[in-house]
Design a protein around this ligand. Structure first.
Ligand SMILES: NC(=O)c1ccc[n+]([C@@H]2O[C@H](COP(=O)([O-])OP(=O)(O)OC[C@H]3O[C@@H](n4cnc5c(N)ncnc54)[C@H](O)[C@@H]3O)[C@@H](O)[C@H]2O)c1
Length: 412
């Protein structure tokens, strides 16, 4: 252990990262920038080919420049074969299982990554799971490593260190956010902390057990989801009461200890709309508030469509313009986006639907023609303000003069 500590302190460790996606690639760059020797491995040969040619395959500001720098420094090496290492970091996808009637995590990527690591695992190695996972998954990973490698679990280290970065600021947040490091072995967590302390410039690395670390990541996103669901539920109730939810929330927030969030088109993205289900799947009887919150947020796009349909008296000759398709303001990410769902349901109902999504350069997204703000205002009979992009905020006065359904209260 002593020599391991010295190797970590002297940056002499070899770190292999499995999964060169939105998290694994920037993490490789951050550890290489901290002075470690990093191998970046991915099962997708195209990804490794692209990286070897000096290009990144994901959209993330400033990442290309940082990647080239670390590649040229010789500290980061994209590889298509796993090699023996001191440290392995698993950063593979954890989506829902397809074709399953309830939403449960598909852990097959974590399982196969653990099996691959087991083939080259040696005593005293450290294996860190960074993927977002349901509680007890780190123990499952340790079971696989032990069984497949034949090395007893007290002779290697297993740790969970979840990721909490914001797309668009990934590299900065990797080097500045606090981290949670959890392991059933205290010495493994302390050893991991030395390595992450070298990479995290400003944040603090906190140590706990593996299950608490797993839950910590899930609870952070669930907290946001539940609070947004409260606001979205209020918007539905206020609609029935015939009062303005945005006015209500503004007044309620005058209370010194009340801070209700703003309702919107729903909740999207690959974290908030997914992670709470990882708690529900393990605790279906207990996680009632969490499940209801997910259902409320998932229902919001359909509620908005029904309102629009009612306002337009189901006149399918009308053209509806959707303002904003992304799931968050000022980004191009359409994954699980409630605005996309609104557009799709309205189209399926028979309306002609067009959209303005200034963050997407294509002319067409999922069969929706994209227009500039000026053009969509001209071409639409009715508008749905679904996302609070800056360009819409800058044109509030023009939007106010149109026939528009404001999901966000921006025009109040
Ligand atoms: N993207 C985010 O903003 C974000 C934020 C926090 C946490 N997370 C979590 O981090 C994890 C990774 O997410 P991501 O966005 O980087 O995913 P991603 O889809 O961008 O990348 C995952 C990569 O893993 C590769 N892969 C799959 N199986 C593999 C294996 N066995 N060995 C090696 N590589 C393999 C894939 O080919 C892919 O390139 C997920 O659990 C996600 O929930 C993501």
């Amino acid at each position: 252990m002593r020599s391991l500590l010295e190797k970590a302190q002297n940056r002499e460790l070899k770190i292999t990262i499995l999964g060169m996606g939105y998290i694994g690639l920037p993490t490789s760059i951050a550890f290489a920038r901290a002075g470690f020797n990093v191998n970046g491995f991915d099962v997708n040969e195209e990804v490794i080919k692209t990286l070897k040619s000096g290009h990144i395959h994901i959209v993330e500001p400033s990442l290309q420049e940082a990647f080239v720098e670390t590649l040229n420094s010789g500290k980061l090496k994209p590889v298509d074969m796993l090699e023996k290492s001191d440290v392995f970091i698993i950063s593979v996808p954890t989506p829902f299982k397809k074709d399953h009637e309830t939403k449960i995590a598909d852990l097959s990527y974590v399982q196969s990554a653990a099996k691959e690591v087991a083939k080259v695992l040696e005593k005293n190695n450290l294996v860190i799971l960074e993927s977002t996972v349901p509680p007890m998954t780190t123990k499952m990973m340790t079971d696989i490593l032990e069984k497949e490698s034949g090395i007893s679990r007290d002779q290697f280290m297993s740790v969970h260190c979840p990721e909490r970065v914001l797309p668009g600021r990934i590299l900065y947040e990797l080097e500045h956010n606090d981290r949670i490091i959890g392991s059933e072995r205290r010495d493994a967590a302390e050893y991991t902390k030395i390595i992450y302390d070298a990479m995290v410039k400003e944040g603090t690395c906190y140590i706990t057990d593996d299950i608490t670390a797993e839950m910590c990541k899930l609870v952070e996103n669930t907290f946001r989801d539940v609070n947004i669901a409260f606001a979205n539920e209020l918007s539905v109730i206020c609609d029935k009461l015939g009062i303005d939810v945005f006015e209500l929330i503004k007044l309620a927030n005058k209370h010194p200890r009340v801070n209700i969030l703003t309702p919107g088109a729903g909740v999207g993205g690959h974290c908030l709309a997914v992670d709470p289900w990882f708690i529900v799947e393990r605790f279906p009887k207990e996680a009632n508030v969490i499940r209801e919150a997910r259902l409320i947020n998932d229902y919001k796009p359909r509620f908005i469509v029904n309102k629009v349909d009612e306002i337009l008296k189901a006149d399918k000759s009308l053209t509806i313009g959707i303002l904003g398709l992304a799931y968050k303001p000022n980004i191009d990410d359409l994954r699980e986006s409630p605005a996309m769902e609104i557009a799709e349901i309205l189209r399926d109902k028979g309306y002609k639907v067009i959209a303005c999504e200034p963050n997407v350069s294509k002319k067409e997204v999922h069969e929706f023609e994209l227009y500039s703000l000026g053009d969509i205002l001209e071409k639409s009979d009715y508008l749905v303000l679904a996302q609070g992009h800056d360009i819409f905020k800058e044109n509030v006065d023009i939007l106010k003069s149109k026939r528009i359904y404001d999901c966000l209260g921006l025009l109040k």
